[in-house]
Ligand binder design. Structure first.
Ligand code: FMN
Length: 335
């Protein structure tokens, strides 16, 4: 699809920063900062927003930032330029995660077609329809992950699905019994519509005293205040479409790449009208993490478990103001 007119470099980079800021992030922490320079954009991690209890190694922080990197690349591609990514360009500055510049102008850079999906993508914690996800869609998602150097593994065998469900329930119970985990969750969930980070009550199932949820694979119990707006059951069970994103290594560069793969998969499925939500408790608890690897006989490192399906719409979650997360751009360039 030819682009009508190539936008200026400054406009393209500024827009890339605003698109990056719409990426998903663990607990909606938005642990990033974007610097728009003359001819490239930088993506920095903000470790002051790291979840010290849930994410002591900053693995999920880095995955979140990888999602932002991918959004920036999509925006640059949509403007008709090849995105050129240098990851960790300065070994002395580990917080500088990526520098993205504009490569050649082209009529068509394929990932640019995902740009509208950035606005539509959500974490959807509602009940998914029973309808199976077609094999052709799963194939496309696996390919999307592969193109970002990660592996997306469909969990299909009944005994593996049952094992994943059991490990998920166990991990959920371990976390629910940890006061430090719960205190951190309380800090990052809110029913204040004016707050621009954290997970809103409007996005999570009700888990208060009247809850009737008996999900086979529990989604994270965000509703620590009993204020969740969504129905308490998410119908999350062993028979839904379960996709495990895994990486060959388990370090910062690999986590960043995993985030790029996660967002590529998420935008692809969004474009096709599907919804997703991560179910990561079993990956976070060390004991269930190791059992998952053993059960699946994985040499790879599990990073994110996703459920995918058809679901009613979820609301958009808030983001921090651009002025707080983007610097270096002329204000007029940030639309
Ligand atoms: C690395 C990562 C881990 C996440 N883990 C979970 C999770 O375990 N459970 C969940 O319900 N959502 C999870 N999420 C979704 C975030 O809570 C969500 O992206 C954030 O609240 C912003 O909402 P949005 O995705 O609708 O924009 C995760 C997202 C990322 C990027």
């Amino acid at each position: 699809m030819p682009v009508a007119a190539t936008p200026s470099v400054a406009t393209t980079l500024s827009r890339a920063a605003t698109r990056a800021a719409l990426a998903p992030s663990v607990h909606n922490t938005q642990p990033w900062h974007f610097v728009v320079r003359h001819n490239y954009i930088e993506i920095w991690s903000d470790t002051s927003r790291q979840l010290k209890v849930l994410d002591p190694r900053a693995r999920q922080l880095m995955i979140s930032c990888g999602c932002a990197v991918f959004n920036a690349c999509v925006a640059i591609a949509a403007a008709g330029f090849e995105p050129m990514v240098a990851r960790f360009p300065d070994p002395l500055i580990p917080e500088l995660l990526a520098r993205i510049s504009l490569g050649d102008a082209r009529d068509w850079v394929p990932i640019g077609a995902l740009d509208p999906a950035i606005d539509d993508r959500r974490t959807n914690r509602r009940a998914f329809a029973d309808e199976p996800v077609p094999a052709s869609v799963i194939y496309d998602l696996v390919e999307a992950a592969r193109s970002e150097f990660a592996q997306l593994i469909p969990i299909t065998a009944p005994q593996l699905r049952t094992a994943v469900a059991q490990l998920s329930r166990h991990a959920d119970q371990v976390q629910a019994a940890d006061p430090a985990y719960l205190a951190e969750l309380l800090d990052w969930t809110t029913d204040d519509p004016r707050r621009n980070d954290g997970v809103q009550a409007a996005s999570v199932p009700y888990a208060g005293p009247m809850s009737v949820a008996h999900d086979g694979i529990p989604i994270r119990a965000f509703d620590v205040r009993g204020m969740g707006w969504l129905p308490s059951s998410s119908h999350s069970d062993a028979d839904q479409c379960l996709l495990l994103l895994a990486a060959a290594d388990d370090g910062p560069e690999s986590w960043l790449r995993t985030g790029e793969a996660l967002e590529h998969v998420w935008l692809e499925l969004t474009r096709r009208g599907y919804a997703a939500s991560p179910l990561n408790q079993l990956i976070e608890v060390p004991h269930t993490h190791e059992q998952l690897r053993a059960t699946l006989q994985l040499d790879l490192h599990p990073q994110i478990l996703l459920r995918v399906g058809l679901a009613p719409n979820a609301v958009r979650t808030p983001r921090r103001p651009w002025g707080d997360v983007i610097s270096g751009a002329a204000a007029s360039d940030v639309e």
